[in-house]
Write a protein of this length. Structure first.
Length: 259
C-alpha cells in the first residue's frame, strides 16, 4: 500500500533503538525524510546511517534529552516545517506506591506528559496552517489497564491521554490528526530492563520470566519493533485522516477489555 506520505518531513523522538527506531524505519520505508532524536549520539548515528542507506531518504540526527527544556529547544530549532511528529520517551522506573515521592512524580510528568505536550504546542500550528499533519504519541498499555509496579508511568501517561482526547478534536478540522499507540510487551531494551529488575526481586532467571511473560499473552510472544512501526506509519498516512483521538493497543491481546 502506498501510504501517500513520500517527501513529508517527520520528527521522531527516542529513535535510536526500540519502538522509536521501528517507527522511524517504517516512515523512511514510506519515503518520509527524518529528523531523529535521542540522547546517545553513537546509537543515533548508527541508526541514521542504516536508515539512510536502506531507504535513500534524508536523515538528520538531533542529539539531546527531549525531556529537558533547553535541549528540546535546540532540537526544535532543527525541526522546521514538520509534517509528522512521533513523541516517545522512556518510562520511569518501576516500584511500589511507597517508593514514590513528589519529585518522582514530577520527573515522570515532565518526561511522559509535559514533554509531548510541549512538542505538540510547538509543531501543531505549522501543521494546521498547511492543512495537514500527523501526531502519534507512544504511550503504554497501562493507559487501558494500569500496571501496579509502573504507577509513575500509569499516572503520567493517563494525563497525556486526557490532553490528547480534547486537543485532537479541536484540531481535526484542519486535517491534523493526533492519536496514541499503546504498546504492550515488545522485544526491546525496556522489557529486558524490567525483567532484570523482576529477576533480582524474585530470584528467578530472566529467560524463565520472559517465557512466563510470553505465555501470559494471547499471541504467545513479544511484539516486534517492525510491526509496531508499521502501525505508526499507517496512522501517519493519508489513509488515516478519519482516525482522531484514538488509543490503539498493540499488545498481542494482553489487555482483556471489550472496548
Amino acid at each position: 500500500m502506498d501510504l501517500g506520505i513520500r517527501g513529508k518531513q517527520a520528527l521522531v523522538c527516542g529513535a535510536s533503538r526500540g519502538l522509536g527506531l521501528g517507527c522511524a524505519t517504517a516512515l523512511a520505508e514510506a519515503g518520509v525524510n527524518l529528523i531523529i532524536n535521542a540522547r546517545s549520539e553513537g546509537n543515533l548515528t548508527k541508526s541514521a546511517e542504516m536508515i539512510a542507506k536502506t531507504y535513500e531518504v534524508d536523515v538528520t540526527i538531533a542529539v539531546g534529552d527531549i525531556t529537558d527544556d533547553r535541549e528540546r529547544k535546540k532540537v526544535l530549532e532543527m525541526a522546521t516545517d514538520i509534517d509528522i511528529l512521533v513523541t516517545n520517551a522512556g518510562g520511569p522506573p518501576p516500584g511500589i506506591w511507597q517508593d514514590w515521592e513528589k519529585t518522582d512524580f514530577l520527573r515522570a510528568l515532565e518526561a511522559n506528559m509535559l514533554t509531548p505536550i510541549a512538542l505538540m504546542k510547538k509543531l501543531l500550528p505549522g501543521m494546521i496552517e498547511k492543512g495537514w499533519g500527523r501526531v502519534v504519541n507512544i504511550t503504554s498499555q497501562s493507559v487501558k489497564a494500569p500496571i501496579a509496579t509502573l504507577g509513575l508511568s500509569n499516572s503520567a501517561r493517563a494525563g497525556l491521554t486526557g490532553y490528547v482526547a480534547g486537543t485532537a478534536r479541536q484540531v481535526a478540522y484542519s486535517g491534523v490528526t493526533i492519536n496514541n499507540l499503546l504498546p504492550g510487551s515488545h522485544s526491546t531494551d525496556r522489557i529486558t530492563g524490567l525483567l532484570t529488575v523482576m529477576s533480582k526481586e524474585k530470584g528467578i532467571g530472566v529467560k524463565e520470566l520472559r517465557r512466563e511473560m510470553e505465555a501470559s499473552i494471547p499471541a504467545k510472544r513479544l511484539g516486534t519493533r517492525e510491526e509496531f512501526g508499521a502501525a505508526c506509519a499507517f496512522l501517519c498516512s493519508v489513509h488515516a485522516g478519519y482516525i482522531v483521538g484514538q488509543n490503539i493497543l498493540i499488545d498481542g491481546g494482553a489487555v482483556n477489555v471489550t472496548i
